[in-house]
Design a protein around this ligand. Structure first.
Ligand code: SAH
Length: 361
């Protein structure tokens, strides 16, 4: 059986499924899921991420987290955590750089949250001191938490709603037609989770909502508020959500998300407005800051120049291209944002400032 056959049978038995359920099955089905069955990263895979482009990304993130740890009095022990670490490259770069920060490694309890057994294997090879937990709720409740997540939230399932007449919405649901999966719209209904979007949308607008993201961020914020720590959440997106950003990527090209479930990476832009909303009652949140601006503030250009001094020929050319790719507004520099969280009593994370116009709590 294939995932497509399984989903068609399920729809035949119980009716159309939400986009969120569809995404969850495609990405994490235990037997056929996209992440469950492969390592999707890099040139041979479907997409490339910032840590895979250059070591500079992880180096600067590592130093930012270590500085925040020092600013908070170098607490020991503390949890050093990553959500969705992929191949473990980002954390390996963080560890290499922070080895020079006295006491940091001795105090760090490296904890990873990863759903894919394949990628857990990759991570174990690169990060021999790591342990894994299944959810944020299983992170230590006593220790300060310094956490990073790069391109994790875009992989969490979203539901999609089209604003109908009045205060009602029509949800995108996946049905079947002649043996193929086909998106359609459910009848209009009220959506309690979208009440706060009624004033900022009008009939015909599309809004996406990631139900799993919000409790996750609230849980992280709660640990940081109680025990100290900081979080850097990095992803593509903006907010508030408006329009269809659901996409499938296969072999570095856009694909039909419904043609071959489990074979393509499915993502949506991250709604940073909602992530901040989930956190700000408990911790200080930054503005969603452009990745290019954040990395420049942390000194990526100086670091790039220092590394360039040791390079020539094609290696130098690819290093220069990597710097540009991470920071230039037409590449990843503006599409990607960084949201920082830290305790209300603590110094801001390096490269970030408290949000300029906090919304009501
Ligand atoms: N952060 C890495 C990889 C990004 S790809 C990088 O920047 O290169 C997304 C990662 O999140 C993968 O490791 C994937 O397996 C993991 N992931 C996706 N959904 C998840 C979930 N619900 N729980 C835990 N991990 C998840």
């Amino acid at each position: 059986m294939s995932l497509k056959a399984e989903l068609l049978a399920r729809i035949a038995a119980t009716g159309p499924m939400t986009l969120g359920d569809y995404m969850a099955e495609c990405l994490l089905h235990p037997r056929y899921g996209y992440y469950t069955t492969r390592d999707p990263l890099g040139a041979a895979g479907d997409f490339t991420t910032a840590p895979e482009i250059s070591q500079m990304f992880g180096e600067l993130i590592g130093l930012a987290l270590a500085q925040s740890w020092l600013d908070q009095g170098a607490p020991a022990p503390f949890t050093l955590a990553e959500l969705g670490p992929g191949r473990g490259t980002l954390m390996a770069d963080i560890l290499r750089t922070t080895a020079r920060v006295p006491g940091f490694h001795d105090a760090a309890r490296l904890t990873l949250i990863e759903a894919s057994p394949t990628l857990r294997g990759e991570q174990a090879r690169r990060l021999p001191t790591a342990t894994w937990v299944d959810t944020v709720a299983h992170l230590s409740a006593e220790q300060p938490l310094f956490l990073v997540a790069n391109e994790f939230f875009d992989a969490l399932p979203i539901r999609q709603f089209h604003r109908a007449q009045g205060e009602e919405w029509r949800e995108v649901v996946i049905g079947a037609e002649g043996g193929t999966l086909k998106p359609g719209l459910a009848p209009p209904a009220l959506q309690p989770a979208l009440m706060h979007r009624l004033l900022s949308t009008s009939e015909g607008d599309i809004v996406e909502h990631s139900a799993p993201a919000l409790p996750l961020v609230a849980e992280i914020a709660g640990i940081i508020a109680r025990n100290g720590g900081a979080a850097l959440l990095i992803d593509y997106g903006a907010g508030p959500s408006l329009g269809d950003t659901f996409q499938a990527l296969e072999n570095h090209h856009f694909a039909d998300p419904f043609a071959a479930p489990g074979e393509a990476d499915l993502t949506a832009h991250v709604d940073f407005t909602e992530l901040a909303r989930a956190a700000r009652a408990q911790v200080t949140v930054s503005d969603p800051t452009l990745q290019g601006v954040f990395l420049e503030r942390l000194g990526i250009t100086e670091r790039a120049q220092a590394l360039a001094a040791c390079l020539t020929g094609p290696a130098l050319a690819s290093h220069i291209a990597a710097h540009r790719r991470l920071t230039h507004p037409e590449e990843m520099g503006s599409l990607f944002k960084v949201l920082g969280l830290w305790p209300q009593s603590a110094e801001p994370l390096p490269g970030l400032a408290p949000e300029s116009q906090p919304e009501p709590k």
